[in-house]
Design a protein around this ligand. Structure first.
Ligand code: SF4
Length: 65
């Protein structure tokens, strides 16, 4: 099930078309695979009302570009 905020999510937008294997895996598991309720980006958005930086990953760590 697709994450309900995926249209606005810069992580998904950025890394969907990137070669970063780890981020592609997260998109498969979190954004498209139903674990979006555990996503740290969604948690951050809920708690602060703002999105974190694009390279803040669903597991709460920063992606290296
Ligand atoms: S990274 Fe998190 S907030 Fe962004 S689309 Fe994926 S599950 Fe949703």
């Amino acid at each position: 099930m697709l994450c309900p905020v995926s249209d606005e999510c810069m992580f998904k937008k950025k890394y969907e078309s990137d070669q970063n294997i780890q981020c592609k895996g997260f998109i498969r598991i979190y954004c498209r695979g139903g674990r979006h309720n555990e996503c740290k980006r969604r948690l951050y958005l809920r708690e602060t009302g703002d999105w974190p930086e694009a390279n803040y990953m669903p597991n709460g760590y920063m992606a290296r570009d």
